[in-house]
Every structure is written in C-alpha cells, then in structure tokens.
Design a protein around this ligand. Sequence first.
Ligand SMILES: C[S@@+](CC[C@H](N)C(=O)[O-])C[C@H]1O[C@@H](n2cnc3c(N)ncnc32)[C@H](O)[C@@H]1O
Length: 294
Amino acid sequence: MKVQLTQKTSMKSPVLEVAILKENQLKRVSDFIGSEVGIQLPSSKHKLVEGRLQKRLTILGFNDFESYLNHTLETSAGELEKLHLIDVITTNKTHFYRESNHFDYLEKSAIAELELMKLNDARQELNFWSAGCSSGEEAYTLSIVLNEIASQKRNFLFNIFATDISQRCLEKAKRGIYTENQIDIVPISLRKKYFLRSKNKKEALVQMGTELKREIKFMKLNLMDKRFSLETKMDVIFCRNVMIYFNDQLREELVSKFENQLVDGGYLFVGHSESLNGKKTILKQVSPMVYRKV
Ligand SMILES: C[S@@+](CC[C@H](N)C(=O)[O-])C[C@H]1O[C@@H](n2cnc3c(N)ncnc32)[C@H](O)[C@@H]1O
C-alpha cells in the first residue's frame, strides 16, 4: 500500500516548555559576570543571555533558571559550570587580519623602533601579547607577520603570548584548525607557505603549520585578576575588542595594568571603537588606536 504524502495527521507535536529568565535572575548572572570577567550585561542583553543560557539548562537537565543559578553560583558542585557560564556569555567574534591596518603599522613602523630599543638593551627577543585572543586568529596573524619579517631579517627572534578567559576558545586556538572560508582573507602565497591543507578534500579544513605555532604560548588568563601572572615584560600588547564590554573604571584599571606590563617604548593596540581619549593614561597615541609608552 502506498502512503499518501498529502495525508494530514491529527497528531499534535508536543509543546516544549522553555525556561524564562526573570529580571532578578538576569541580575544574578550580570553581578557574577561583572565581578568575575568585567563584562557588563545591561537589560538590553536580556534575550541574548536567556538564549545562551537555555542551552546550558538543557545540557544539565534543569527545568528553570532558579535551580540552574542556585546550583552554579551557590554550590561547590557548580564550580565547573561557572566556567561554562563564562564561556557562553563571552563574545568571541574574531578573524584573521582583523583591523589589518594595525598589522601594517606594526610591520612598517613599530618593528623598526622596537629593534633599535632591543639593541640598546642588548636583548635577544621581542615579546608580543594577544590579550583576549579568542580562538587564536589574532595570534596566528601576528605569527605570520612576524615570521615574514624574520625571513628577511637576521636574528629577528620573538615570542607570542596569547591569553583568554574562555577555555573553549583556548582549546580551539591550540588546535589551530580552521575552515577554508576563515582563511580566505590571508594572501594565497602566505597560505601556501604557512598552512597545511586537510588530506580529506571534503572537509575543507586547514591547520596552522609548525612555524606559526612554535612561537605562540596559549594560556588562560583573566584580565580582571588584580595582578597578572605574566613575568615577561611586553614590547607589544594587542588587546582589541575586549575592553568594549567593560565599564569605564575597569577599562582604566586594565590600561594601567598594561602600562606596567609594557617595556618603555612598548606599544598597545586597541580595537577601533576603544579609543583611550579622555582616559587616565601615560600612553601617547602614535596612530589610530595605537598607543606607546614614551
Ligand atoms: C570579541 S573577542 C576579540 C578577539 C580578538 N582580540 C579580536 O579583536 O579579534 C573578545 C575576547 O575577549 C575575551 N575576554 C573577555 N573578558 C575577558 C577577561 N576578563 N579576561 C580575559 N579574556 C576576556 C573573550 O573570551 C573573547 O574571546
């Protein structure tokens, strides 16, 4: 007997109950995230937070936000879930060569200045830090740019530190595997030189080569920590599209920590909408969204 495709069924699909995040529960989340990570969650973010956290409720099997938040924020068993909560709330958008004029500035102006300083200090290496590196594209772009310089200059040695609060992002960054679409923006000659293509043609994946990975140290670091645990003084800090989510006070505190972390003459690069104009800082602007400790 053939089944009639047009036949209507009288069975109704079950209605799934979706948990609703109440105003006071949003406040509990935003108090936690604000004090732990620095990210502000005003009521305009209500739907976004609700949507992102609903996934965690489903995974853990909670029916309502109250029980989820009690478990996560009030019990010792919730410590691990706190990390997932931070992971889902942070915005990790990034891409290779993002705000590419910064990499041009680095290559054409900053490196020559830093090389002179290095000679004066009789140092061997330059140190770079991608602070809030997300899934690694910023650090790998830095690595490409610096490897290219190293191929033209003798004794050009460097280290890249790349840190983020999100464990999920750091794992992706360490794997260094991206889709072909994600590397579209990288010039073909550099793709050929530095990336490994997946053997499985259907997957369309590429892996960062060993030259790019060698100098990068990915580490977990919360920029809100009172004192950074990085011992190395930095020649260049990229902290782009991170402070945008912080309030003015936290931004000023972070910039002051960066001032201490930079060598004299070192550079801080911030995102295009994160000007330090009007902020208390000893750093001097040397190019759009590029600041220097002079
Ligand atoms: C939008 S991404 C920016 C990535 C990259 N810097 C760029 O410009 O493309 C912001 C990153 O900052 C990280 N972040 C936010 N607050 C942080 C904190 N307190 N400590 C460390 N990382 C943080 C997030 O996890 C996220 O991966």
